[in-house]
Each structure stands twice: as C-alpha cells, then as structure tokens.
Design a protein around this ligand. Structure first.
Ligand SMILES: [Zn+2]
Length: 183
C-alpha cells in the first residue's frame, strides 16, 4: 500500500504534537497517511509503554492514518547505525511515501536529533538501487521521498493547516481526557 505522507517520530506522541494537523488535513483531502514510531517511549517519566500503545492507536484513528507502526528501537538510545537505517529503509520501500516527516535536527531530547538524522539519511539510502531489501521473495523497489522536519520553526503559514492542528490536538486531548476519566 502506498502512503503519500509518512511521519516518523522518535517517540509515540512526537508526530501527533508536531504534525497531527498536517496528517489530518492530508487525510481529509483523500491522501493516505501514516505514522512510524521509532520507539515505544518506555523511558518516559509518565505513563507506560502499554498506555502509550493504546493512545497511539486512538490518535492514529482520529487523524485518519492508514498505517501506524512501531520499530521498537530503544528509547533514549536511538542511533543512526547502518542497521537502524536499513530498518527505516525497509519501511520507506514498503510504503513508497512521497513526503516523509521527521523530528527536527536539533532539540532538547537527544533522541530527536538522532532520529532526525537517521530518517533523513534513510530517505537518501532508500533511493540507492544497489541496496537490495526483500520482503519474502519480493524485492522492495527503491524510493526517494522528500524529507521534511517537524517541531521546528514554522515554514508554512497556511491557516488551514494551523487550524487543523488546533482542532486535531483538541480531539486528541479530548480522547486522553475520556481515557483518564474512565480509568
Ligand atoms: Zn519525543
């Protein structure tokens, strides 16, 4: 399945907070969208990986995402080794995105910068034909998506996107409040 806009985050919630409105807007326009969490956020002070899994599933449904994956890299120790790059390349080739969203290159959390470098380099490597990756007997075709940062200085003043971000964030917040109220 082709995913037009595929967003990667170091931790579950990075994408919702940084690009939830962008994904919702594109989904509403009929494009396919997806989220790939690199880790389960198991080092987070609040919550548990299991709770984050549930919240991630709820958020993906609210945002209209077709795919949500977790690569289960170690939270706090995300790296940009070749092995990690190939994990990301496999996803890129499987879903053939046009645009890839990713963490900002510099940030307070060290995972974010490393995740940014990891995904950006994987976007380049994914286009190299001599890197061969198979899914069973099928060779996954190279792809060269356009990488874009999230959670950085605004580069687009499109009011619709900002409005959708606010609306979608409110929806996610409402979902979390309901969950807390029922727990
Ligand atoms: Zn994060």
């Amino acid at each position: 399945m082709k995913i037009n806009v595929l967003a990667f985050g170091a931790h579950p919630d990075d994408v919702e907070l940084g690009a939830g409105g962008i994904l919702a807007t594109h989904a509403m326009r009929g494009l396919t969208t997806g989220i790939v969490d690199l880790s389960r956020g198991e080092m987070g002070t609040r919550g548990t990986p299991e709770l984050r899994d549930e919240e991630a599933k709820d958020a993906a449904a609210i945002l209209g995402c077709s795919v949500r994956l977790n690569l289960e890299m170690p939270d706090g120790r995300i790296d940009y080794s070749h092995e990690s790059q190939l994990q990301v390349v496999r996803v890129l080739r499987k879903y053939q995105p046009d645009i890839v969203l990713m963490n900002a290159p510099t940030d307070r959390h060290p995972d974010h910068g490393r995740a940014s470098r990891l995904v950006e380099e994987a976007c380049f490597l994914s286009g190299l034909h001599k890197i061969v990756i198979k899914d069973g007997d099928t060779v996954l075709e190279p792809s060269a998506p356009l990488p874009c940062w999230i959670n950085t200085k605004p580069i687009n003043s499109n009011a619709t996107i900002r409005y959708a971000t606010i609306n979608t964030s409110c929806n996610i917040l409402a979902s979390l409040i309901c969950r807390l109220a029922n727990s």
